[in-house]
Design a protein around this ligand. Sequence first.
Ligand SMILES: [Mn+2]
Length: 496
Amino acid sequence: MYATLRRNAQAIGSALLSNTTATRSIAQKPPLYGQPVHPSHPHLVQPNELVPGFSHEEFERRRAALMASLPDDSMVLLTASPVTYMSQEIFYKFRQNSDMWYLTGCEEPDSAVVLEKNSSSRGYSMTMFVNQKDALEEKWNGPRTGVRAACELFGADNAHSIKDFPNKLKSIAQSYSAVFSDIPPGDKDDGYLRMLKRITSLTKRGYDLEAVMSAIPNSRKRMLRPKIAPLRAVKSEAEQRVMRAAADISGRAHAKTMRFTHPGMSEASIAAHFEYLCALDGSQRPAYVPVVASGANALMIHYTNNNMIVENEDLILIDAGCEYNGYASDITRTYPANGTFTSAQRDLYSAVLSAQKQLVMMCSENAQQTMSTLHAVSCRLLRTELIQVGLEVSSAELSRDLYPHSLSHPLGIDLHESFTIPRTTKLEAGMVITIEPGIYVPPLERYPKHFWNLGVRIEDDVLVGKEAPTVLSVSAPKEIADVEGACQGLLGLEPY
Ligand SMILES: [Mn+2]
């Protein structure tokens, strides 16, 4: 096992080396910006791109579409996520606020952006607030883009130090009758601010949040999230490419993790192996805490303890996906620990698989479905499929005991994307949703004993098309022959 690992590591190492010497010049270290840019990170960012996979023009289009959707006399305010702390000064890996990233591509903490709607040819003006260059701070904490470079990098008209943010905002906000932000309306000492004060000890911002909130009169505050959600819901071609790549990384990791799994292993090793494979393929972080549930643990939908030993005849339910270049993937597969389904496992798996495939086929604009109607269809299909394998249940039993969650959710920059959009909205080409029916049989007398404590969920990431769907997570084995083949090593698949 370890010899193979070493050989693979050597192969990867020499591939990197030959790339370095043959196709690109060596970038100067340390880099000058607070995030990857083409000159310092040509292996990640192409010459025309602001962030990996996305051009400057893509971000300009996003901002223009948002500003065109707002009334005249509006401005938009977005702030970076705060840095959060595990304890004292021990911080968690930073992740940018999703809407801030969607509109600016800025990946640094302590940043903010103000967009003011106007009659210029651009339709708006853009002001960035970022951390200033600071030799001592950068010596300790890494490079910052700084105020001077921020205009050019992010395409802003103006840039200022984040320290000036509360004061500048106060004077800008006076001129607009509508200020769109995620700062909720309400009094200064309302519950939201009390909550923020309570968590202040675990977060840090480079400015006074209270001063920022009080700079905007309550009567002018408008919610920004519902304005951005419809834009994020429909993916551009570049977004579709990145989401396909994210699902591909996760799908391959699922296949290899099936091969890696053996009875006697801890669920923790399986989770670690999946995350290692994704990281090795370029993923920046897991999109969520994975579920690695062996045997009856699969009956807990959000089981994430992942610390028990896999038994010989267990099914493994693994719900895991990576985040890659800003976009989440979300895949669930269920497979036999020893590589071969028992007949009861095979029956239940076939029932869920058949329903899942029929539901995937309905993810087109022409089918006129919504997430809500698809869920209703999933209940009907699952009941019909279960009768085929000798499990007859009422619709009340199905939704109470066997299938207590919904079929799908939108997917994108966030794992649960566009949650402000109603589930009764018609599916539109370019949307990406999950299709994830499941059956979890509790040990109750009214259900056949051979199905007790079996949990099966099959989840794909599906790009809605005009006439037909595209399954983005196609690399993860799903048919019984492919799943068993992956587990047994018959697909020519190595676990690493
Ligand atoms: Mn999901």
